[in-house]
Write a protein that binds this ligand. Sequence first.
Ligand code: ADP
Length: 350
Amino acid sequence: MIELQHITQRYPTPEGGVFYALNDVSLSIKAGEIFGIIGRSGAGKSTLVRCINFLNRPTEGIVVIDGKCLNTMSEAELRAARRKIGMIFQHFNLLSSRTVFENAAFPLELVGMDKAAIKAKVDPLLELVGLTEHRNKYPAQLSGGQKQRVGIARALANDPEVLLSDEATSALDPETTVATLELLKRINQELKLTIVMITHQMDVVKQICDRVAVMNKGIVVEEGSVIDVFRRPKSETTQALIGNIMAQQLPASMVERVREQIAAFKDSEPSHILRLTFVGQEVTRPIISEASRIYNINFNILLGQIDEVQGKSFGTLTVLTSCSNDVFMSLMDYLRRHNVTVEEVTSNVL
Ligand code: ADP
């Protein structure tokens, strides 16, 4: 649905140099998926999303939406193409002098639709986003979540194929964020809409995105299915972003105790601290207790967390064990055969 090929956005710097807000970004976003673009502030996310609808004409690179290349379009063609790309924003961008209904109707007035047709279009949209009873209120009378739902209804008015969301939940409290994301997921499924979510919050990606691209300094540093990126974050940027919700390292308070335990093992077999990562549906056996029985070893669970990613349970366990090298090799093989990702983290924490 969206092809970005070698997108570069350069700006001149005050010193006479060149700044790359985007540097050779290529992404391919499939029809019907929810694609996350995550990165810290300044990574280039907003610049990239503005390139998708050519609000920002990239210095270099090609944008193709639903098979049509934006680069070669006339202004009139671009305006028509943009109508098929809805957009929602962090600060909602509603017109304060217009009611909920009038805000949602605005894009249809712009294209000259008559009143009856507008009503026939907007009424079901307000129903869809749960705002029917608030239709005659003004933005100042609404909560943040309700304002964003007006933004969503307005973005859907022209029957877009693509919805771009630029930090749309960043100004909302956690509960309202969850509800707004659930609404976007429902819209994605019911309307078969392709959604691009720009965000700096890994929680947003975790809750609704199918695939994700991680950006840093104008470059896509990592891309893949959300589960894979969570399971094996390759870049430091991703690890830091995931680290906020998935403990990657042992808390400092625990390190001292672990050192003591390892010292106690000293004369026996080598000790290992392992970080096990697993997706619930893929691991159907009681792996830890089974491995403990098979190899006659003990596991001391240091840290554990189960979270939900794309509706699947996703867990990490950090365990300490002590065993001979032969047993260790067999254990690693056993865990991997049962779809558990294993990393030895000893060197990172001690
Ligand atoms: P993000 O959305 O990830 O926070 P942006 O895309 O807004 O990042 O910005 C990326 C970088 O590009 C920032 O360093 C920003 O200052 C710079 N930038 C954005 N727009 C312009 C512009 N018009 N002129 C110069 N620099 C810009």
